[in-house]
Design a protein around this ligand. Sequence first.
Ligand SMILES: [Zn+2]
Ligand SMILES: [Zn+2]
Ligand SMILES: [Zn+2]
Length: 612
Amino acid sequence: MPKNRLCRRHLSKKRISQLSGARSSRKQSDADNLGSETPQPSASARKLLCRSEPLVNEEDDSRSRASQKWLLVHIARLNELVSELVCPKCAGVGLKVIIDSQNLGFCSSVLLECSHCEGDDKYQKSVYTSTRLQEESRGDVAFDVNVRMVLLAHELGMGYAALKKISKVLGIPTLHLKTYQRHDRKVTVAEVDRGLASLQRSREQIRQAYADIDPEVAQLLSEDEEAVINIGVSFDGTWHKRGFTFNYGIGVCIDILTGLVIDYEILSTYCHACALKIIAKREGKLTAEEYDRWRKSHTDCAKNFEGSSKAMEQEAAKRMWARSIRCYQMRYTEMLSDGDSSAFKEVVASNPYPGYTVEKLECINPAHKRMGTALRKISTESRLGGKGLGKLKALKCKALQNFYRGAIINNSGCLDKMKTEIWAGLLHNMSTDERPLHTRCSPAWCWYRQAEESGLPPESHKHHNKNFLAHEVGKKLIPIYHRMSSDSLLKRMQHGGTQNANECLNSVIWSRCPKTVFVGKGRVEAAASMAIATFNEGATAMLSVMEKLWLQTTAITIDTCEEADAVRIAKASRFQSAHIKQRRLTMSNAKKVNRHKQEREEGPTYGAGMAI
Ligand SMILES: [Zn+2]
Ligand SMILES: [Zn+2]
Ligand SMILES: [Zn+2]
């Protein structure tokens, strides 16, 4: 047996307990008060707080924190200012400003001129409204403002059309399309490089994190820095589609322990250069020979995949699993993915790590949903709902469903405890004074066990009947509980993790590269890179992109990035805090109950096959 096989099992347990460490301290306070938790530093906070790089180079600090650098000003205002100035040549009062913006993009040439002097001696002085980049190297280089505006378009998730709109609304000339494309390439390269640097750093952090929780990994890495380690990742795919002609797919792997993105793969079924040449050939502008010659020289074709979007997800997974050892000295031996994901089967079939197995982990969200559906279904079909004590009402379904989720999360890493607590969720609520069923309950949340532990006689169940289920009602739920607490299902959810991080990242990627506009593969790559850098390190990741593009940052730029990170940390912490969590649950319960009530009242209105 290979040495690492033992190590993997050991690591797996360690990791699960580490993962649950963050959660184990969160205890359910009462079965009636489901899901309340002690606030823990959120994943976002942990990631952003351990950011290794200072935000600004100390040397550059005074320069970077310089005051505001740009101004939007109406020309009439400028003229008001200069109209009272004295001409240095003729001493007449009254200078005027003439703007020339031809072919300068968002930059203009401002000419200060005397209204009195005439002829060759006329007083004139002109400046550009923008500095040029890398001024010390060459004369003919881009204007700062133009590169900045292209970066803005990227930040907004827009293209050239967005700059045209800025031009339209403000009434200023915009960039020429060719200039835009030239700067776009530069910005894309800077952003893709930033993403790669972020991935490189996250891989180092991940190796360190695994060494920190597992002495065997620490030993292994101390002997050989390049040793291959086994980790668990959450994998998900997302698409960009427009019409039927082209689409892009991105597969992303996120390390479960640290929550950092570790790798991504972009698949493209479209290449703009190829498409243009094919049209030219079809229209007779290019001969077959010329086309063949071009095809041979076309080495950087953007098209790297052919097939459906479903096949794309599988392919992205296979490619990442295939290169994990070669490129990053890691085996992704655990894969958290959707319940219906065929990517897992494909990865297993491709046997990326001979001698090692890849195990599937289940995201707990689908199981949580299934539990809710099953409870509501039986409530309707077996007429367990309605008025009266002990009935299975919609709110109780929701409470039981949430308790089920809590039992999995709070006991992650320990299958037996998980199972016990899931059953306790049902039996606790079926208990009566005559028939208390609290043996599986935990004193951490069960009032009955708490009383027993403190040696006091427990109160009557009548005082705790918020989620009470009559015996005959509860009995009907037993088959559901058997199904939803089966060993095979719970084993795959032992980690207690979700794919929420992937879903969150996917939305950030597409917010930087909207699905509604035409984009090339480069732009998708830039969007993914910046989304990953921001996801791993925070909004301040953009500062180094600006530095790379020779764009000076100001105090406002830095403050805005820091503010965005602070908001993200606060939001994540708030999201976790007990109070908010409880409020969210209550609100979502109320909404769902209303919806189900409405659906019941309206009767069946829409469903598959109902249109016929
Ligand atoms: Zn003059
Ligand atoms: Zn091509
Ligand atoms: Zn109990």
